[in-house]
Design a protein around this ligand. Structure first.
Ligand code: C2E
Ligand code: CA
Ligand code: CA
Ligand code: CA
Length: 279
């Protein structure tokens, strides 16, 4: 048993070393990624549930690694947060997204809300509001077309500070939504203090809607909570017609997910919008 124990220890140590090496290699690459144009933004449409009309998109960053191929943001965003690169990457995404939204508007497409994710360290940055203002001025995009998605856990760490910063953004005309809703622990009383326009039901509750009565109850509760707070509610990760139908029947306002479209290149969003305008 002692032998096995020792072997196990060795095994785990090797695993840890290789993942540390892997992490360092990725970090090294990430430093060059921005300068070498390896990052790109895909856009996933959001639609009104009742009409099916697309009213906005979410910007989702990807890293096209020269050797490893496409790396998902789940992997490199946390790394960028840890090593202090999230500011530069976040600014880049914000600028790209604002420029893209402005370009669509100039091309005569219907006005699209552009949603951009903001991670904890980005949100905590004292210059966040100035960075957002710069992206808007640089692109010429009206603040009313920009929405920032912040997670529930982020704003609950320091409610007072989060409220203050969100008020500043609200005063500029930028909309705010709470992402991954239901995965944190917000209290009703603090939720009421946030100047938000939307709650997003996390996809972990949408995935098993067909089979889980608990998840159906949670989804219904979030929908009525949102309406109680007078904000819109969107479900993410909608993959099937049954999920869509359940959400619509239960009063959810909007949806996002593979059923409508995966995150895609800007040209594909344009094609969807042109199709919608022709219909
Ligand atoms: P998120 O903000 O919760 O984004 C939703 C994720 O669900 C995206 O993964 C999206 O591609 C995926 N998704 C959309 N529809 C479906 C569906 O129907 N089924 C399933 N199974 N998945 C779906 P992605 O693009 O890999 O992004 C992962 C996370 O990385 C995001 O989660 C967000 O937290 C973070 N992220 C992405 N882009 C950025 C960014 O520009 N800045 C920051 N700070 N974080 C970002
Ligand atoms: Ca999001
Ligand atoms: Ca989510
Ligand atoms: Ca997330």
């Amino acid at each position: 048993a002692k032998e096995t124990g020792k072997n196990n220890v060795q095994f785990y140590t090797q695993e840890m070393n290789s993942s540390l090496e892997e992490k360092l290699a990725l970090l090294d690459g990430l430093r060059k990624a921005l300068a070498e144009n390896q990052l790109l933004v895909e856009y996933q449409p959001k639609a009104d549930l009742a009409s099916g009309l697309i009213f906005g998109v979410e910007a989702l960053v990807r890293w096209r690694h020269p050797e490893r191929g496409l790396i998902r943001p789940d992997i490199f965003i946390p790394l960028a947060e840890e090593c202090g690169m999230i500011g530069a990457i976040g600014d880049w995404v914000l600028q790209q997204a604002c420029q893209q939204a402005r370009a669509w508007q100039m091309a005569g497409l219907p006005p699209m809300t552009m949603s951009v994710n903001v991670s904890p360290r980005q949100f905590d940055d004292l210059r966040l509001v100035a960075r957002v203002a710069d992206a808007l001025h640089g692109s010429g995009l009206a603040a009313g077309l920009l929405e920032l998605e912040v997670t529930e856990s982020l704003i609950m760490r320091d409610v007072g500070q989060a409220v203050a910063k969100m008020r500043e953004l609200e005063a500029m005309g930028v909309a705010l939504s709470i992402d991954d809703f239901g995965t944190g622990y917000s209290s009703l009383s603090s939720l009421k203090r946030f100047p938000i326009s939307r709650l997003k039901i996390d996809k972990s509750f949408v995935r098993d809607l067909d089979s889980s009565a608990d998840d159906r109850a949670i989804a219904r509760a979030i929908i009525s909570l949102a309406h109680e707070l007078d904000v819109r509610v969107i479900a993410e990760g909608v993959e099937t017609e049954q999920q869509r139908a359940f959400l619509q029947t239960n009063g959810c306002d909007e949806m996002q997910g593979y059923l409508l479209s995966r995150p895609v290149a800007p040209q594909q969003i344009e094609a969807l919008l042109v199709q919608q305008m022709a219909a």
